[in-house]
Design a protein around this ligand. Structure first.
Ligand code: PAZ
Length: 332
C-alpha cells in the first residue's frame, strides 16, 4: 500500500493536532530568531498485533544516536524537535537514565548543611524570623563524586529550556510515528531550507493493517501462530516530494551484512532523491558511519584514542552535517 492509502485506511492516533499546535508555536518562535530547526527522530517503533494491544513487535533501538545528536544540534545553535519513542533515551537526561544505577545512588545525606542550619538556628533563636529555612534532618543533595558531572549537564539543560531550543514529542507504535512525522514535517515546511530532517528512528518495515488486525487478544489455544505482515509504506517519498520539499533531509540506513550497506544506501538516495543517507552497521554504529550523497561518499570513523575515551561519534556527525546544511542553504 502507498502512503496515501495507508493514511486513508488507518485511524489517526489521538493528540496529533495538539502536537501540530505545539510544533507550530515552536517553529514560529525559532523563525523569529532566524534559527535553524532540525527534526530528530529517535528510537524504535512497535507494531501492535491486536487492536486492544497485549502483544507487539519491537526492535533494538534505545535512541542513543537520536538523543546524543539532539544535544549536539542544540550546542550547534539549532532548535530541535525531538520525536522519540516513549521512555527511550532523551537529550541531557540520557547521561543518568537507563544506567544500572538507581537514581537514588546519585544522592547522599546533606549532613553538613544540616549542621550549618542547626548552628544558624541556635544563633538566631529568639529572633522573630517567621519562616524556618533550616533543612530538615532528611536533607539530601547530589553525591559529591557526581557534582561536577551533573552540574555540567544541568547547565546545558537549563540553557536549552530557557532558550526554548527543545521540543519533545513521543510515540510508541509505527502508526503514531507515521502520523506524527507527516503532521510535524508539514508544520515545519515554512522553515524552507532552514529546516533539517534527521531520521534516525528505527522504523518497522512491516505492520498489520487495521482491517486485518485482531480486535481482541489473540488466543493461545489454537497452537502455532502465523502472522501475515504487510510492508509499511515508504514514507520518505512523500516527505521529500510533498511535506518537506525544501528541507535538508537525512535518512539512516542500518544493515548487518557489510556487502549490503553502501548499495542499499545509494539505492535509497536514488529512489527518494533526498540530500543524504547515513549508513551504519549494527555492531559498529557507534564508531563508524558513511555519508552517502549524490556527489560523494565519505566515512566518519573514530580514532582508537577517541574510542578509548568514549568519545561520541555524533559530535563529528553533527559538525559535518551543520557544514553540509550551510552549503545547502547557500546554494541557489
Ligand atoms: O538507537 P541506537 O543509537 O541504538 O541506534 C541508532 C540506529 C542504528 C537505529 C540509527 O543509526 C539508524 O540506522 N536508524 C535507521 C534504521 C533503519 O531503519 O535502517
Amino acid at each position: 500500500m502507498d502512503a496515501q492509502e495507508y493514511f486513508d485506511t488507518t485511524p489517526a492516533p489521538q493528540g496529533v493536532e495538539d502536537v501540530a499546535q505545539r510544533v507550530r508555536e515552536f517553529v514560529e518562535h525559532n523563525q523569529r530568531l532566524s534559527r535553524r530547526v532540525v527534526l530528530v527522530s529517535s528510537g524504535g517503533t512497535t507494531v501492535p498485533l491486536e487492536a486492544n494491544t497485549v502483544r507487539f513487535l519491537d526492535n533494538f533501538s534505545a535512541g542513543t544516536r537520536g538523543a546524543a545528536s539532539a544535544e549536539h544540534f542544540i550546542a550547534s545553535g539549532y532548535g530541535v524537535i525531538f520525536l522519540h519513542r516513549q521512555f527511550s533515551l532523551e537529550p541531557y537526561t540520557r547521561h543518568f537514565t537507563h544506567s544500572k544505577n538507581c537514581f537514588l545512588d546519585f544522592l547522599e545525606r546533606d549532613a553538613a548543611a544540616h549542621e550549618r542550619a542547626a548552628d544558624g538556628g541556635a544563633a538566631s533563636s529568639g529572633s522573630s524570623a517567621g519562616h524556618d529555612a533550616r533543612p530538615r534532618r532528611g536533607s539530601l543533595r547530589v553525591a559529591e563524586r557526581l557534582q561536577a558531572e551533573i552540574a555540567e549537564v544541568f547547565d546545558k539543560y537549563q540553557a536549552a529550556r530557557a532558550e526554548h531550543r527543545l521540543l519533545k514529542i513521543d510515540f510508541v507504535t509505527v502508526h503514531d510515528y507515521l502520523f506524527l512525522l507527516r503532521r510535524i514535517t508539514m508544520e515545519m515546511s515554512p522553515l524552507g531550507k532552514l529546516g533539517m530532517y534527521y531520521l534516525a528512528a528505527a522504523v518497522s518495515d512491516y505492520f498489520i493493517p487495521q482491517a486485518k488486525m485482531a480486535v481482541h487478544k489473540i488466543q493461545s489455544g489454537d497452537g502455532a501462530l502465523t502472522l501475515s505482515l504487510e510492508q509499511v509504506p515508504k514514507i520518505i517519498k512523500p516527505l521529500v516530494q510533498e511535506w518537506a520539499e525544501h528541507g535538508f533531509i537525512v535518512s539512516f540506513k542500518l544493515e548487518t551484512d557489510d556487502a549490503m550497506l553502501l548499495p542499499k544506501a545509494r539505492k535509497a538516495l536514488e529512489r527518494y532523491g533526498h540530500q543524504l543517507v547515513i549508513g551504519n552497521m549494527l555492531h559498529t554504529r557507534k564508531h563508524v558511519v558513511h555519508f552517502i550523497s549524490a556527489d560523494r561518499a565519505e566515512e566518519i570513523r573514530l580514532t582508537p584514542d577517541e574510542v578509548a575515551a568514549n568519545f561520541e561519534i555524533e559530535t563529528h556527525i553533527i559538525s559535518r552535517l551543520v557544514g553540509l546544511h550551510s552549503e545547502w542553504i547557500a546554494r541557489e
